[in-house]
Design a binder for this molecule. Structure first.
Ligand SMILES: Cc1cc2nc3c(=O)[nH]c(=O)nc-3n(C[C@H](O)[C@H](O)[C@H](O)COP(=O)(O)OP(=O)(O)OC[C@H]3O[C@@H](n4cnc5c(N)ncnc54)[C@H](O)[C@@H]3O)c2cc1C
Length: 453
């Protein structure tokens, strides 16, 4: 009887363990956090969302919506628990992170087929032997512990394993001055009563306020990079201070863009900072896109320059963190097993994807391939037109290993009619809709070939 060792009870590992247990495959789930929390972790529960509480868009015609549709077909644990503990966030699926992680922990711990072991795994092959496991899934995530990182480097990856990412601050809702801010979701009408309709609180900045804020960020003290490390950031998650350094207008065309955030009098601020609720009570807000390398002292000083933030109390400040991932193209097969050790699979962010939903999806993808192997079946390639298929295709073909979120750029292009091409205003939207429709059809056709999930 096959038994699978899953290392890491984060998003990918939790999905993988639950999927295999649903298939009646016994699992040993090894997790270190109850012995020692990682640098970005705050709770001992599994499936922790370490930064924002959002699993991104629910819109079936968005990249994240596509992935969600496919994950549901696999019986995703993460999505079913997220639905139960969802908090309002417009089109996004955001959750009460504590309840979410608690429930994932309870479900996995109560599963008779899953043996949870609290352990910092260093040599997964040795540990698998000890536990009688014949397949291994490494889902140790962006903050893989040092021992395991060294083992992977020594045995699989060589030196090419690290890059850096940054975390956004969270502010206490009671400490804000609401007279200087307004509730509004992008491109939706202003709420009539504060907090009643909109999920986002906005801090509008005039030209002078914006320029001062950017100038201070450029001048401010940053946490220095450690020894050998050169900063390699994920482009879609750049620290706000790095954006400021790239140019005075960069942030205004990114997380501080005011488009669709017109105020009650119809005027549009020069720039805008969006705050998203951290929990159902709305007792804390996340500064959207404000991940940062600034020192704590500088963050407090500079972020208190934001309108409404004069007395701001921060529940936690932004920080810099290590992010580990593999060069999948060089080191893995398309089922994400190691070329060197075919019984070792990599799932989640460490495989080269980026994001909560993407990592969870890769947990399901890998568990599915392991299950097929246990049944004596060949690995199966997903069509590149599907959400999961395009993610795997990306990490397996991209020349330079750069972790990526799901986005329409990863899907093969769709052809528009002449008429659709001429409609400049709606062209982009139509393209996305067509690509999403094709992805759904492709996924259904894939299942119709008799592939059992
Ligand atoms: C600080 C930070 C902020 C991020 N913010 C966001 C965000 O806002 N939105 C977003 O979509 N994505 C974000 N990401 C990216 C990423 O998608 C998430 O970190 C996601 O949780 C990755 O899922 P995972 O399952 O691959 O890894 P994780 O969820 O990190 O799970 C890995 C698990 O493995 C355990 N582990 C590690 N090493 C060992 C070992 N040797 N033995 C046993 N257990 C081990 C860890 O304790 C952890 O529980 C962020 C990443 C970081 C680091």
């Amino acid at each position: 009887m096959s038994k699978v060792l899953v290392v890491g009870a984060g998003l990918a590992g939790s999905e993988a363990a639950q999927f295999l247990a649903n298939k009646k495959i016994p699992v040993v789930l090894a997790e270190v956090k109850r012995i020692k929390l990682g640098p970005a972790q705050k709770v001992k529960d599994f499936g922790e969302l370490v930064c924002t509480n959002s699993l991104k868009s629910k819109d079936p015609n968005s990249g994240h919506g596509l992935l969600k549709t496919e994950m549901k077909a696999f019986g995703s644990l993460i999505l079913s628990v997220a639905d139960i503990h969802a908090v309002p966030a417009g089109d996004a699926l955001a959750v009460d992170r504590d309840k979410f992680a608690k429930e994932i922990t309870t479900r996995l711990s109560n599963n008779e087929l899953i043996e949870v072991v609290d352990c910092d795994i260093i040599d997964p092959i040795e540990f698998a032997k000890e536990k009688g496991c014949d397949q291994i899934i490494l889902a140790t995530g962006p903050l893989t512990t040092d021992g395991m990182s060294s083992w992977i480097q020594k045995n699989i990856s060589g030196d090419d394993l690290y890059f850096y990412d940054a975390i956004a601050p969270v502010v206490d809702a009671d400490s804000l001055d609401y007279s200087k801010m307004y509730f509004k979701d992008r491109h939706k009408p202003v709420s009539e009563e504060e907090g009643e309709q909109a999920d986002y609180l906005n801090a509008p900045l005039n030209k002078e306020e914006y320029e001062n804020l950017i100038a201070e960020m450029v001048k401010a003290e940053k946490v220095p990079a450690k020894e050998f490390e050169d900063w390699k950031f994920f482009e879609a998650c750049l620290p706000i201070d790095l954006m400021a350094e790239r140019g005075p207008e960069t942030a205004r065309f990114s997380c501080m863009k005011p488009i669709g955030l017109e105020m009650e009098d119809g005027s549009r601020p020069h720039a805008c900072i969006q705050l998203r609720k951290e929990n159902l009570l709305g007792s804390a807000f996340n500064l959207v896109g404000f991940q940062t390398r600034l020192t704590y002292k500088e963050q407090v000083r500079i972020f208190r320059m934001i309108p409404g933030f004069q007395e701001a109390a921060f529940i936690h400040l932004g920080s810099v963190h290590r992010n580990s991932f593999l060069n999948a193209k060089k080191l893995l097969n398309f089922d994400l097993s190691s070329k060197e050790f075919p019984n070792i699979y990599f799932a989640g962010q460490i495989s080269g994807v980026e994001g909560y939903t993407e990592s969870s999806a890769m947990g399901l993808y890998v568990a599915f391939q392991v299950w097929r192997k246990i049944k004596g079946l060949e690995p199966v390639q997903f069509p590149v037109e599907t959400g999961m298929g395009c993610l795997v295709n990306y990490i397996m073909t991209n020349q330079k290993p750069v972790p990526s979120n799901i986005n329409f750029g990863l899907l093969p292009p769709v052809t528009l009619t002449k008429e659709q091409r001429r409609d400049r205003k709606n062209r982009k939207k139509v393209k996305k809709r067509l690509a999403a429709e094709r992805a759904r059809e492709s996924f259904e056709a894939f299942l119709a070939t008799g592939v059992e999930l």
